[in-house]
Design a protein around this ligand. Structure first.
Ligand SMILES: [Zn+2]
Length: 460
């Protein structure tokens, strides 16, 4: 039997434990669109909160939540209407659709080829059926829709493919209203949409996804220092939240990979290990974008987007961007802590003799912080356990579970990464104490119910 890859196990756990479901599943699903379940939404919210708190705590960084729908001219200024395309070919026989650059790559031709180079593609056949392929055409990745009741070209707008443009177009509003001076940054979390030809790898590349982006406005002379500062800060964020440093690395973009306006770019890559050929993949990018963005918006909007330097000279600010995906981060955090223990860690019940799964998520990210587990469903125990639940649930995301054997319930909590389980047993009725079990060490503490709140305050 072929051994399952870790990604397959994580996908399975995510589905069965309620982290991530395929979207529209009862209708057969919608390609590469996913929904976050009860535990997934908690995990994702915790990741977003950790990012937000970290970013806006940096000097001169403020937040923003701009709209998904924006003036269509924005996407002309940004270059998306003209250039946000992938080279596409169709199979004349089976009607399969492929990215020309991916097909070339699979045939050992470097990805820095010219997609219009028909020669390179001439000998390549459909990978599905061996049929003949069409000429390359450029396919724009932006979703289009119509604003108002008339479905005409004039009312066509785009569903944003990135959150950054909402930051650039609010540059003056934010600076003036907050009385900020360069350098300063604007952070934003929000959904973005890209009509990818070949999405895939679970939530790694989706057509609807969520970004965590920060744009830092600087004078040109400061960009190198600011770029290096953010590069370190962003890597530190993942490390501080417990990601194994061996699974993270920087990758500098080569000159041929850079967008024409970009001065410098580095990716933080994570070892997703999707397949033998797909190990380290982009988790986040840090980019020196020069003054391209504000220059373009100044040109297309006719608004003046300059500021004055210490010599009262006008200039257009340069931008250093950090751009990460919430979904990619979620997948990286899940994969990084997924651990299987052969034979199990506990021997209290038969069920624990198999492989046990433990998610050693950082306490800040764990979807459920505390589980309350009464030893039996007996009424007097339930009553006390529910009191304990009530006292903790207003401070921490807490789960109450009284079904099945206690060993199984511990396992279920380990599988979803709950740091602490509180067991209420018959002795608790007498001594007013409960047992607190630590997910990672399995050490058990006997704690007075009256002192539980303080106990957890120290733990979290
Ligand atoms: Zn075909």
């Amino acid at each position: 039997m072929e051994k399952l890859r870790k990604i397959d196990k994580v996908v399975n756990l995510a589905k069965t434990r309620g982290f991530i479901f395929p979207s529209s599943e009862i209708y057969g699903g919608l390609n590469s669109i996913y929904d976050y379940g009860p535990l997934g939404v908690e995990l994702k919210n915790n990741i977003k909160k950790a990012w937000w708190d970290y970013m806006v705590a940096q000097e001169n960084v403020v937040g923003l939540d701009s709209a998904i729908l924006m003036h269509p001219k924005i996407w002309e200024a940004s270059g998306h209407v003209e250039g946000f395309t992938d080279p596409l070919v169709d199979c004349k026989k089976c009607k399969g659709r492929f990215r020309a650059d991916h097909l070339l790559e699979q045939n050992g031709i470097k990805p820095d080829f010219n997609p219009k180079d028909a020669k390179a593609l001439k000998d390549i056949k459909c990978p599905e059926c061996g049929g003949q392929l069409t000429e390359v055409r450029q396919f724009n990745l932006m979703f289009k829709t119509f604003m108002g009741p008339v479905e005409a070209k004039a009312s066509q707008i785009y569903i944003r493919p990135e959150t950054a443009q909402g930051i650039y177009t609010n540059f003056l509003n934010v600076m003036d209203s907050q009385r900020l001076k360069i350098p300063f940054g604007i952070a934003q979390i929000g959904k973005a949409f890209r009509n990818e030809i070949t999405p895939g790898n679970f939530i790694f590349r989706m057509r609807e996804f969520e970004q965590m982006e920060m744009q830092y406005f600087v004078q040109k002379k400061d960009t190198t220092k600011v770029f290096n500062d953010w590069k370190k800060l962003r890597m530190d964020w993942y490390l501080d939240l417990g990601v194994n440093k061996n699974n993270l690395k920087f990758r500098d973009h080569g000159k041929d990979e850079l967008a024409h306006y970009a001065k410098k770019a580095v990716d933080i890559e994570y070892n997703f290990d999707f397949s033998k050929n797909e190990t380290f993949k982009e988790l986040e990018g840090i980019h020196d974008r020069g003054d391209w963005d504000l220059s373009q918006h100044q040109k297309h909007s006719n608004a003046k987007l300059t500021v004055r330097d210490e010599n009262n000279k006008e200039y257009i600010p340069h931008i250093v961007e950090t751009s990460g995906g919430v979904d990619r981060a979620t997948l990286a955090f899940l994969m990084d802590v997924y651990e299987e223990i052969e034979g199990g860690r506990t021997t209290t019940t038969k069920s624990t003799k198999d492989v046990e799964v433990v998610l050693k998520l950082d306490k800040r990210l764990a979807p459920i912080k505390i589980a309350i587990l009464p030893l039996s469903k007996k009424e007097n125990l339930s009553k006390l356990a529910k009191q304990v639940f009530k006292s903790l649930a207003s401070h921490y995301r807490t789960m109450y579970d009284e079904t099945q054997a206690i060993g199984r319930r511990y396992r279920r909590q380990d599988e979803i990464g709950t740091p602490y389980c509180v067991t209420v047993d018959f002795e608790s009725l007498e001594d007013k104490k409960v047992t607190v079990r630590d997910r990672d060490t399995m050490k058990q503490d006997r704690v007075a119910i009256a002192e539980l709140e303080q106990y957890f305050k120290d733990k979290f």
